[in-house]
Write a protein that binds this ligand. Structure first.
Ligand code: QV4
Ligand code: CA
Length: 527
């Protein structure tokens, strides 16, 4: 029976059944597939990068090195703040859905999407659809396209939204803000840190949000990271997602649905859980990075060999629903969730090991963080400068990303995704894609190894003594280049070599004092 008919049928039998069917409609639009191309798998979050720089990076680095896609910062018009001066989080305060922002103009956005798609790198947009700017955003044209607005009057002519389009009357708390995360209604209907909360149950608002997302889909994006989903009712999201176009057939197969991954911070203990959203699209699994951080930091008695059943065995959501990451733009600076255990680029040796582990393991769609450096100033455990924006010129405009002769980035851009160990593990994940987790070994402490079928093998030494052991790799005999200490260049290894015998066994020696105390080999690093 065609969808339209079943909706008509339901209509005759009463609206409750209609609602149920509409919810099922949402099921029909479940969008868990990232649509990555040519066997690519990993996403990189190029946080705060300009569109022109992302386009160049797709062509010179991400395409050639097998990255599956880029998560870009919110492209919508946002507030422009002077106090603090141009914080990174002004982009999480929409003023309209016009496509001019700190990262560039609509034309630059369009050009970037085209150029990245043309080299097989997808674009995923950070979509801010729960709210507009903060209640204390004032009024005027301090916005990235110069649109006038009034936060006090809930007036955003650039969309347009008026006070009818906000949840002020639905929220039941005194302050109008979320006061208790134990109350699911206020988490959805009240203001998250004072951000004007949109009435997403209104058809008009749903229409404006869907129009915004559909314009981006028609420009060629492959999907969305949907911000603050915990703060929106799943039923409202189902309707919005149900209105989204299929992907642009210039780059995607006919009938492709936009990839949806929803930011829901669920570390347990709240009434709202990830499970309420997983039927609509994937969900960010924040337990992943928080736990992996405690394991590699060896906190709370955690040991690496406990990760033998890593993934659903640790209580994470089903594999097919998860987007995973070691850190993200919030928790690398103490925002959002994860706490002190989160391993960021500031802890670079541990960061490489944790990201290496994530990229080697089959669980979830993996996202690599690519950051900018800021003048961290921690007082009583809180970074006073957690607001600082990207490397900028005096006028507040974002600096272009400079590439050094050694392929690292300059001007305060960290470019973790360009670090050899991480870039090579992105390739490792592609090479082993689809292969099962296999050949686990551990020393009952912090030395572990595991393979991916007969296509890859990785060994970690996170103990305070040397690892010296012969292991079954499951791989064909031959000489392989370690892709952590170096890589295969032409017909030689620039780092360690691993000799795998005809029986698949190989000897590994990893000093705990090594710059990077882990070794990885795969089918394409074989001499
Ligand atoms: C302040 C007061 C409010 C007051 C308000 C008045 O705290 O009590 O009512 O002023 O306007 C910034 C400031 C914040 C300020 C707010 C509104 O930090 O102090 O409120 O603006 O003016 C990012 C930053 C926030 C920032 C926000 C908007 O992290 O600090 O707030 O952008 O600029 C929860 C959510 C989760 C969320 C996470 C941070 O469940 O969804 O908190 N994560 C996402 C994004 C995150 C972003 C938002 C949501 C909001 O990843 O980057 O917040 O879009 O866990
Ligand atoms: Ca809301």
């Amino acid at each position: 029976m065609a969808a339209g008919q079943c909706v008509f049928l339901a209509h005759r039998r009463g609206s409750m059944k209609l609602f149920i069917l509409l919810a099922l409609f949402g099921l029909g639009f479940a969008q868990h597939n990232p649509h990555t191309k040519h066997g690519r798998t990993a996403i990189v979050h190029l946080f705060e990068w300009r569109w022109a720089d992302i386009a160049a990076e797709c062509e010179r680095f991400l395409g050639p090195n097998g990255f599956g896609g880029v998560q870009i910062s919110p492209p919508n018009e946002h507030i422009v703040l002077n106090s603090p001066w141009r914080p990174w989080w002004q982009r999480y305060q929409p003023i309209s859905y016009d496509l001019c922002s700190r990262s560039g103009s609509e034309n630059e956005l369009r050009d970037m999407i085209t150029r990245c798609n043309n080299v097989g790198v997808n674009i995923y947009v950070d979509a801010i659809i729960n709210h507009m700017c903060g209640a204390s955003g004032g009024e005027g044209d301090h916005s990235s396209c110069g649109s006038w607005f009034s936060a006090g009057k809930r007036d955003f002519p650039g969309v347009p939204y008026s006070h009818w389009d906000f949840n002020d009357n639905k929220c039941r708390t005194g302050s109008g803000e979320i006061e208790n995360y134990g109350d699911a209604s206020q988490v959805r209907d009240c203001r998250l840190v004072g951000l004007l909360d949109l009435a997403l149950e209104k058809d008009y608002v749903r229409g404006k949000v869907a129009d915004y997302m559909n314009k981006l889909i028609d420009m060629g994006v492959a999907g969305f990271r949907v911000d603050a989903c915990k703060h929106m009712w799943p039923g409202d999201l189902a309707v919005v997602y149900g209105r989204l176009h299929n992907l642009n057939t210039s780059w995607f197969p006919n009938g492709s649905k936009p990839f949806i991954y929803q930011e829901v911070i669920d570390l347990g203990g709240e009434p709202i859980t990830s499970t309420e959203y997983v039927h609509l699209g994937r969900v960010t699994e924040f337990k992943y990075g928080a736990k992996l951080g405690t394991v590699f930091r060896k906190w709370n008695g955690e040991k690496l060999f406990y990760t033998r059943n890593w993934g659903e065995g640790w209580g994470f959501m089903p594999d097919g629903n998860a987007v995973v990451f070691v850190d993200n733009h919030d928790n690398q600076r103490g925002h959002g969730a994860g706490g002190a255990s989160i391993v960021t680029f500031w802890d670079s040796r541990l960061h490489k090991m944790a990201v290496g582990y994530m990229l080697a393991h089959p669980y979830g769609v993996a996202r690599v963080m690519s950051s900018f450096r800021w003048n961290r100033h921690i007082v009583n455990g809180k970074d006073q400068n957690d607001w600082m924006g990207p490397p900028s010129h005096g006028d507040g405009s974002t600096k272009s990303v400079s590439i050094n002769p050694d392929q690292t980035c300059g001007d305060g851009w960290v470019c973790e995704h360009r670090w050899r160990q991480i870039k090579n593990m992105v390739i490792f994940r592609n090479v082993v894609n689809g292969e099962p987790h296999s050949n686990w070994w551990d020393n009952q402490s912090n030395q572990v190894a595991f393979g991916r079928g007969n296509r890859g093998f990785i060994v970690f030494n996170n103990d305070d003594w040397d690892l010296d052991v012969t292991l079954n790799t499951g791989m064909p005999g031959g000489t392989y280049c370690d892709v952590i200490s170096g890589q295969k260049e032409g017909n030689r290894c620039t780092g360690k070599q691993i000799h795998v015998g005809g029986d698949g066994r190989a000897h590994f020696r990893i000093s705990n004092r090594d710059e990077d105390p882990f070794v990885a080999i795969h089918a394409e690093s074989k001499l």
